[in-house]
Design a protein around this ligand. Sequence first.
Ligand SMILES: [Zn+2]
Length: 325
Amino acid sequence: MIINLDEPNYHYDRFRKVTEDLAKQYDSILKCVTIGESHDNRDILLLKLGLGKKYIICCGGVHARETINPVVLLRIVEYYADLYINYRQKRLNLKKKLTSPNVHLKEEYEQMLYDACIYELLQTYTILLVPLLNPDGYMIAQYGFDSIRDPKLRDLCIGKDYDPTEWKENARGIDINRNFPSQFWSKKFEGDYPASENETKALIRLFQEYPSLGFLDFHSRGKSIYYYRNRMPEHYNKRQLDIANRLCEITGYELVPPEEEIDPGDTGGNTVHYYSEYFHKPALTIETVEDEANFPLMDQYRNTTFKELKLLISEFGSMLLFRSD
Ligand SMILES: [Zn+2]
């Protein structure tokens, strides 16, 4: 196993190394490329998992302090890739066992059905995963402002005068999840404009380059799923609700009601709003980790989050295949 969920803090350099190691280990099914560079010159990596011509886009690490999801998402990629690679051999072994059944056969058969689903999924889809959209922020939240190498950016961050472990923004102090050109976006200060940030541009380019069927953005605030998009028509939100209900069922997360979609005073510009308005495909925000969790998030959250999420992406893919607008 390359991704060890119990390993203490993954420094960006280590994160990058294991991401590239995954791509090497599973090179027949997994590719790693760079889709942009952060303002403090860290590469924003994209993993392409699968052989299919249909695409799902997943993103993590938009908010700096939400440090659990990027590592968990890598582990999910490894989990799926491993199932895929071993599927044919396992199926052969199971066939042999059918002639001499043993007591574990039922369990093995059920696991095989799940493996078959993943195998089919990755034949049909390519999952485009940006595990860490905001690498500079991720470093600030875990290693403090000294991790920012550009002295001007470092001073700018220090000047914001708040605890780095609570940091949500990028190295220019901009919240990327308030920087997308959605209809609801509003200016927060003089000179503020949508898609001003390298990280925002990188994700928009990815959205535009691949005609995807759906988008999941992973955050960490209270084990819940946001589905409602107030600028979208009723039939869009009905489909969103169907998907969200199913994903809540398999994760145990709570459905966020429409009236709580946007907090009072929110300035808009979220990834999911932009995606839904421009591409009219399902876009959900998955919030991991309980509401009371303190920052910095404990590494122990990774194991529970992995268990909660490991079926979610494959289920999302299946739902997109069997339902259409
Ligand atoms: Zn967030």
